[in-house]
Design a protein around this ligand. Structure first.
Ligand code: COA
Ligand code: AMP
Length: 634
């Protein structure tokens, strides 16, 4: 190791050369009820597992431990809900008490270790309590994002086969109140699996109808319950299942190990987020996404940070200054959001006037993820706040950042457009089609050499073969990220695009195939393609292209409206599907593969890279006309 090697390089080399020692040192910071037999090794499943034989409890580590250490009076959760015009806080002692009671209520209803529980709740302390209560008794939670429709919820119910559902009586989206009970009842009717009961956190904006047997009152359940104590689980037992979009309509149930995940998060709170215990951390995401799991709930609480739980939007609740005012109010040190949220603020308040007058001196850095941070958004944020902005890359599968600027170790130079460098434990390469590494600055498939570090998903729920096929088969010995990009001469990683049919809408991951399945089910449609096209706010939005069956005589405008409604009903408003074009043909190769990439390139007014195998070049003329794009093809 050279003497003037950077701290980052030293730590990366340590993690690469002595992974067992590196991760065991981090694991020592947690509380284990049984020490591990092996730090990493072969166990159940297709990839090596971490902390085999070890036992611990996630809720104990995130909550009780801090109370036991004398920090019961510290604020654990700061809830800021501009949509209800309320704010409240919970100490670690209060969080422990309510969590233990809800866990006790669940046990009284027969929930035991390994049972699955679906949580359908907006950002709120109650959502965090519900997740922790599951963890407390070793139940596996699966949080479903509120923007999904009943059909998507039903698919998750059938896959996870939960014993109970814990829900809010409603969500609030800006000025809209969304009652959840009708949506849940519709999902239950669609699903084959029967759940025992739903516990509703009643909200005055739209209370649920309770019957005391299948629809239960959270407040009563908690008041009547005996507090449950923490149940030890194996480090390799799942803490949660989180469904995400894959390349088919069927969502993938990402499984998260308990021990490795907590260890990885503990490292990130120092190494990446540089947020000492006692300070305030805010991830303006949603508990329904992986960022919410890792950095609204488990990461900050594990590290004894105060976590801000925000129920609102970056703009309109009430205005584009809400981020800055909450940061100032709670002296936020580390702030995490998606680039699209910053773009939304920038569109409304381009000069950042609403940040003026807020004391943001405690803020150390802003962290962005969920989609690539375009250089102009990065620069705007840096200029406005005068703070470091970190674009970091991760996936639901990984649970934490693959690449980032490790501010807690050493601040590396920011290179706009890059997600900085691989974090300890991640051995990242770019490969060509044949599996050979590409040269610096050349684009390839971004892969991670096995073993994956702790925290990364070891399998898919009920679908191990699908895990192997999706992530391991393409390049033996490597995890296929599904992203393409390049690594520059300094080792900085640039994540540019997906290599599959996944599209990224406002930092939300959607499957274009799932939308295609809905369009194709309409009796008027012969075939269709969905592509993610550029959008200045959301990064990408889905656009549908449909060819009608011969003789189909529906009014085009009515049909387009119906198709948009079909997608909203089947997938949910989160798909943001608002654009569909009726076309006479889809561009295809001679072997029948739809050239979605060419459609996207034309829509985005990029030069289209047309394969020699295209069946009929003239088909593209209609697309050039549609998007008013005159440039020819290469
Ligand atoms: N429950 C119910 N509906 C929801 C929902 C939820 N939890 N979240 C979103 N929706 C609905 C919205 O109301 C909207 O419906 P509409 O078509 O009737 O208007 C639709 O889904 C699309 O929502 P969204 O993508 O949030 O768009 P928006 O125009 O309301 O807001 C942004 C745009 C950029 C402000 C918003 O997307 C945003 O804050 N993005 C940040 C994303 C993020 O934090 N990602 C996590 C990764 S770190
Ligand atoms: P999700 O699983 O919903 O978190 O989405 C993961 C996908 O979002 C990744 O595979 C990338 O395609 C994209 N993504 C997330 N963060 C970044 C980033 N910082 N830069 C580029 N793409 C990103």
């Amino acid at each position: 190791m050279s003497k003037n090697q950077s701290e980052y390089a030293k730590i990366s080399a340590f993690a690469a050369d002595e992974p067992e020692k590196f991760w065991a040192d981090v694991a020592e910071k947690l509380s284990w009820t049984k020490r591990w037999d092996a730090v990493v090794g072969k166990a159940e499943g297709p990839i090596p597992r971490w902390f085999i034989g070890g036992e611990l409890n996630a809720c104990y580590n995130c909550v009780d431990r801090h109370v036991d250490d004398g920090f019961g009076d510290q604020i654990a959760i700061q809830y800021e809900s501009p949509v209800t015009e309320t704010a409240r806080s919970l100490t670690f002692a209060e969080l422990k008490d309510t969590t233990a009671r809800l866990a006790g209520a669940m046990q009284a209803r027969g929930v035991a270790k390994g049972d699955r529980i679906i949580i359908y709740m907006p950002n709120s302390p109650e959502a965090v309590i519900a997740m922790l209560a599951c963890a407390r008794i070793g139940a596996i939670h699966s949080v479903v994002f509120g923007g999904f429709a009943a059909k998507e919820l039903a698919a998750r119910i059938d896959d996870a086969t939960p014993k109970l559902v814990i829900a809010a009586s409603c969500g609030i989206e800006g000025a809209k109140i969304l009652p959840y009970q009708p949506m849940l009842e519709e999902a239950y009717a669609l699903a084959d699996h029967e759940i025992d009961a739903t516990i509703y956190w009643q909200r005055e904006q739209a209370p649920a109808e309770l019957d005391g047997t299948r629809a239960l009152d959270w407040a009563k359940e908690v008041a009547d319950a005996e507090p449950a104590s923490c149940v030890s689980v194996a480090a390799t037992d799942p803490l949660y299942i989180l469904y995400t979009s894959g390349t088919t309509g069927q969502p993938k149930g990402i499984v998260r190990d308990t021990g490795g995940y907590l260890v990885a998060l503990a490292w990130t709170m120092e190494g990446i987020y540089n947020c000492p215990p006692g300070d305030t951390y805010w991830a303006a995401s949603d508990v329904g996404w992986v960022v919410g799991h890792s950095y609204i709930v488990y990461g900050p609480l594990l590290n004894r940070n105060t976590t801000v739980v925000f129920e609102g939007k970056p703009v309109g609740t009430p205005d584009a200054g809400i981020f800055w005012s909450i940061m100032a109010k709670h002296k936020v040190r580390s702030f995490f959001t998606a680039p699209t949220a910053i773009r939304a603020i920038k569109q409304i308040d381009p000069e950042g006037a609403l940040a003026a007058g807020h004391d943001l001196s405690p803020l150390q850095a802003v962290y962005l993820a969920g989609e690539r941070t375009d250089p102009s958004t990065l620069e705007w944020t840096e200029n406005l706040l005068g703070k470091t902005v970190v674009d970091h890359w991760w996936q639901t599968e990984t649970g934490w950042a693959i690449c980032a600027n490790p501010l807690g170790i050493e601040e590396l130079p920011t290179k706009a457009g890059s997600t900085s460098v691989p974090m300890p434990g991640w051995n990242i390469e770019c490969l060509d089609d044949d599996g050979a590494p590409v040269a610096a600055n050349e684009t390839g498939a971004i892969v991670a050499k096995l073993p994956l570090p702790p925290g990364a998903a070891p399998t898919l729920w009920n679908a191990e073969a699908r895990y192997v096929e999706a992530y391991l088969d393409r390049y033996p010995g490597y995890y296929l990220s599904g992203d393409a990009g390049y690594i520059d001469e300094d080792g900085f990683v640039y994540v540019m695009t997906r290599t599959d049919d996944v599209i990224n809408v406002a930092g939300h991951r959607l499957s274009s195939s799932a939308i295609e399945e809905v369009l194709a089910a309409n009796p008027a449609v012969a075939e269709c393609a969905v592509v993610g096209i550029y959008d200045s706010l959301k990064g990408q939005i889905p656009a549908g292209f449909v060819v009608l069956k011969a003789g189909e005589e529906s009014d085009p405008a009515t049909l387009e409206k119906q198709l948009i409604l079909d997608v909203r009903t089947a997938i949910g408003p989160v798909a943001a599907f608002k654009q569909v074009h009726i076309v006479s043909k889809l561009p295809k190769t001679r072997s029948g593969k739809i050239l979605r990439r060419n459609i996207r390139q034309i829509a985005d007014k990029e030069e289209a890279t047309i394969p020699a195998t295209i069946e009929d070049l003239t088909v593209l003329d209609e697309y050039y006309d549609l998007f008013d794009h005159e440039s020819g093809a290469t």
